[in-house]
Design a binder for this molecule. Structure first.
Ligand SMILES: Nc1ncnc2c1ncn2[C@@H]1O[C@H](COP(=O)(O)OP(=O)(O)O)[C@@H](O)[C@H]1O
Ligand SMILES: [Mg+2]
Length: 258
């Protein structure tokens, strides 16, 4: 079953969409693991209503300095950073509760967060995410949703390599459209499925955004209207309620199921 990377510009609604898809899959009785690969933002656990585990995956692997050293050794020996941090395949059942917290059939884990000034770039987080996703084997009815940092750096870091598909969240802005074109090219280069979900659209802007994307040959899988309930729940630091979205999610999940 699918491992899907959710991509998009900052504030487009990636974490919101990941949360709503995860909650819907959970209600459908599917098992879903949400992987937070955004090294900066901290609010995904709150949106999901799942407390982050004691450790990030990076901590579980010994911490960033140790992982960075393994990557540097790889670069020196092989000339690339394709480090094997997980020598064996793993299943959802194998994942340690030290870095995954479950709420019934929905799990939440974080790859790693920037913790200190001058700690260096977030490239090791990308290497960890890529290798983890590559080695994670899913059964029928199991899903993985990967929330990402803003922009397209996760393509450069190869995170998409470990996934089956990319869903781009597009809010009504020219920057979002330009980024979508770029992401579509990069996804094709990586040989993965690509689709777009429009977010924060109203009845007037939705057709305009559809027209602009259609002119670029971009396939739209679904949309989420602007919802003041979602915006206010988030602003108050509460977990989101998928029931406030009126069934759009069931439809969307059908369309993004590979
Ligand atoms: N459909 C929507 N309607 C209203 N507000 C939304 C919607 N989707 C996202 N938001 C709001 O937009 C902001 C950014 O959303 P978020 O999911 O954190 O974006 P990202 O993860 O892409 O940075 C948040 O305040 C969120 O509540
Ligand atoms: Mg986010």
């Amino acid at each position: 079953m699918p491992k899907i990377v959710i991509s998009g510009r900052g504030g487009s609604g990636k974490s919101t969409l990941v949360t709503l898809i995860a909650q819907t899959l959970k209600e459908q009785g599917k098992e879903v693991l949400v992987v937070d690969s955004d090294e900066s933002n901290l609010g995904l656990g709150i949106m999901l209503g799942i407390e982050p585990a004691e450790k990030t995956l990076m901590d579980h692997l010994g911490g960033k300095p140790i992982v960075t050293e393994k990557i540097m050794t790889m670069i020196r020996q092989e000339g690339n950073e394709q480090v094997d941090l997980f020598p064996e395949d793993v299943t959802l059942k194998d994942l340690s509760p030290e870095f995954v917290h479950w709420n019934e059939n929905a799990g939440f884990m974080q790859i790693g967060k920037i913790e200190h000034t001058m700690e260096g770039c977030a490239c090791p987080m990308g290497a960890v995410a890529r290798d983890f996703l590559k080695h994670l084997i899913l059964d029928e009815g199991q899903w993985v949703l990967v929330d990402t940092e803003a922009g397209v750096e996760h393509f450069g870091r190869g995170v998409v390599e470990g996934a089956d598909a990319v869903i781009m969240v597009v809010d009504p802005s020219n920057d979002a459209v330009l980024l979508t074109e770029k992401a579509a090219e990069l996804t094709e280069e990586a040989g993965k499925d690509f689709g777009v979900v429009l977010n924060k659209v109203d009845e007037d802007t939705k057709p305009v955004l559809e027209e602009v994307l259609a002119a670029k040959g971009i396939i739209i899988k679904g949309f989420l209207p602007y919802s003041s309930a979602l915006a206010q729940t988030n602003l108050r630091g509460k977990s989101l309620d998928v029931h406030s979205t009126k069934g759009e999610l069931d439809n969307l999940i059908m369309k993004i199921t590979p």
